[in-house]
Design a protein around this ligand. Structure first.
Ligand SMILES: Cc1ncc(COP(=O)(O)O)c(C=O)c1O
Length: 416
C-alpha cells in the first residue's frame, strides 16, 4: 500500500551503452563512454492493484503517476498543472485526412504552451531536491520559457540561451518569468550549444538540456495519460514532432514500462515527424545507421524543431522507432503550414508550425497507405500558435480598420 509520503524510487543513473552506474546523482554522462545516463526508476514492485489505485487519484497532472518518476522527496515537486491535456477526436480533420480514429493530444494548453513542461516539471523538481540554485538551458525557444517558468515556481534563478532570430514572443515569455535571457549570435548546433556547454561547466548550473536524465523521464507521461484517456487501448500509431528525440524515446520507455507490468498487451508504432530542413533521424533511419549523423539544419517555419544534431538521445529515439516498427517522416515547409492551417480551421487548435508537423506526417503516411483508414492514430500537437505568430500570413488589407457602418462592413465581407 502506498503512503502519502511515497515517491519514485531512483535505482540508479545508468549508462545505456556500457552499463556503468554513477555513484553521484549530479553526474549526467558516463565516465567511460560519455553517453547520457538513464534514470532507472524502480517499478517492478507495482501490481495490477496499483493501477486501480492510481485511477482513484484525483490529481490531474503527470504526478498522478509519481511512482514512475525519479523524484524521491515529494515536497520537492514543482507542478504548474502539467499533463492530462485534452485528447480530442477531431471529426472534421479525421474526415479530411481519411483517418477514422484520429486523435489530437493537445499539448498547446500546457502551462507555458508547449510539451517542454512535461520534462521541466520533473527536471526542476530534481533540481530542487538536489539543492541547486540556478537552472540553465539552451533552446530554440520553448524550453527556455518552460525552464524559466518552472525555475520561478521552484525559487531558482534561470539562465536561458537562445540563438539570434528566435521568435520574440518566446524570448519575452522567458523574460516575463524572470529568466536571464542570453541571445547568442551563431548557429544553434555549434556556436550556441558550444557556449552553453562551457558555461554550465564554468558556473556549475543545473543543466536542463536533454543531457539531463531526470528531465528526459517527463515525456514518459504521454504513455500513462494515453492509457487512461483511451480506456486502456493502445494507439496503432503515435506521431510526434521531433527534434532532440526525447519525446519518441521517452514515450517508448513509458509504454515498455506499462507492458513489462502487464498493464497493456501491445505496443504502439512510433513516428518521428521532422522538418525536411532538419531531419537527421529520418536520414539515419533511411541509411540504416545505429547512430545519428549530424546535419546542418536549414531555416524552416518549424523553428522549434530546427535541430540538426540531436546528440543526447537521438540514437535512442532511432532505436525506439525501429523497435516499435515505426518510421520517421520529413515534411516541407508548405506541408507543415498546410497542416497548421487544417488544424486551426478544422479542429480549432492553433499550433505553432513545429507543433503541427505530426498532422502533416499523418496526412502523408495515410496517403502512402502506411496508416490504415481505421487505424487508431494519436498526433501530439506540441506547441501553441501564439509562440510564433509571424507564421500566420495575413495581408494588411485584411486587418485594415473599416468605418463603423453597415455598407463598409458589407464591402469588407464581400472581399473575403
Ligand atoms: C513545439 C515542439 N515540438 C516538438 C519538439 C521536439 O522535442 P523532442 O524531439 O525532444 O521530443 C520541440 C522541442 O524541441 C518543440 O519545441
Amino acid at each position: 500500500m502506498l503512503t502519502e509520503t511515497f515517491m519514485g524510487i531512483l535505482k540508479a543513473l545508468r549508462c545505456p551503452k556500457c552499463g556503468w552506474e554513477s555513484p553521484a546523482r549530479t553526474t549526467f554522462r558516463c565516465s567511460f563512454c560519455s553517453a547520457v545516463l538513464e534514470a532507472i526508476v524502480e517499478i517492478d514492485y507495482l501490481s495490477k492493484s496499483h493501477l486501480l489505485e492510481i485511477r482513484k487519484r484525483t490529481d490531474q497532472t503527470i504526478w498522478r503517476w509519481f511512482e514512475f518518476f525519479p523524484i524521491e522527496d515529494r515536497s520537492a515537486v514543482v507542478s504548474l498543472g502539467e499533463g492530462y491535456t485534452p485528447l480530442i477526436k477531431a471529426a472534421r480533420l479525421s474526415e479530411k485526412l481519411r483517418i477514422a480514429r484520429l486523435h489530437l493530444k493537445n499539448d498547446t494548453v500546457l502551462p507555458t504552451g508547449s510539451l517542454k513542461d512535461r520534462s521541466n516539471s520533473v527536471g526542476l523538481s530534481k533540481a530542487k531536491e538536489l539543492g541547486f540554485e540556478t537552472a540553465a538551458v539552451v533552446s530554440t525557444g520553448n524550453a527556455a520559457a518552460s525552464v524559466a517558468a518552472y525555475s520561478a515556481a521552484a525559487g531558482l534563478n534561470s539562465v536561458v540561451m537562445v540563438p539570434k532570430g528566435t521568435s520574440l514572443s518566446k524570448m519575452l515569455q522567458a523574460c516575463a518569468y524572470g529568466a536571464t535571457v542570453v541571445v547568442v549570435d551563431g548557429d544553434f548546433d555549434h556556436d550556441v550549444a558550444g557556449l552553453y556547454k562551457n558555461a554550465v561547466r564554468e558556473f556549475g548550473w543545473y543543466d536542463c538540456l536533454s543531457t539531463n536524465p531526470y528531465r528526459d523521464e517527463g515525456k514518459k507521461s504521454y504513455a500513462y495519460e494515453l492509457l487512461d484517456q483511451l480506456g486502456d487501448d493502445v494507439p496503432d500509431w503515435i506521431i510526434h514532432p521531433t527534434a532532440g528525440g526525447t519525446g519518441v524515446y521517452a514515450m517508448w520507455k513509458g509504454y515498455n514500462e506499462l507492458f513489462s507490468l502487464g498493464w497493456i498487451d501491445r505496443l504502439p508504432r512510433l513516428v518521428a515527424a521532422q522538418s525536411e530542413a532538419a531531419a537527421p533521424i529520418v536520414a539515419a533511419l533511411e541509411k540504416g545507421l545505429t547512430d545519428i549523423e549530424p546535419v546542418a539544419a536549414r531555416a524552416t517555419v518549424a523553428e522549434s524543431i530546427q535541430v540538426g544534431n540531436p546528440i543526447s538521445v537521438g540514437w535512442r529515439a532511432l532505436e525506439a522507432i525501429r523497435s516499435s516498427k515505426g518510421t520517421a517522416v520529413a515534411l516541407t515547409d508548405d506541408e507543415i503550414l498546410e497542416a497548421q492551417s487544417l488544424l486551426a480551421r478544422l479542429a480549432g487548435i492553433f499550433a505553432e508550425p513545429a507543433g503541427a508537423v505530426s498532422v502533416a506526417a499523418a496526412k502523408k503516411l495515410r496517403e502512402k497507405g502506411l496508416i490504415a483508414r481505421d487505424g487508431l492514430v494519436v498526433c501530439n500537437i506540441t506547441g501553441h500558435g501564439l509562440k510564433q505568430p509571424s507564421a500566420i500570413k495575413v495581408s494588411d488589407e485584411e486587418l485594415r480598420p473599416i468605418a463603423p457602418d453597415l455598407n463598409a462592413l458589407r464591402r469588407r465581407l464581400a472581399d473575403k
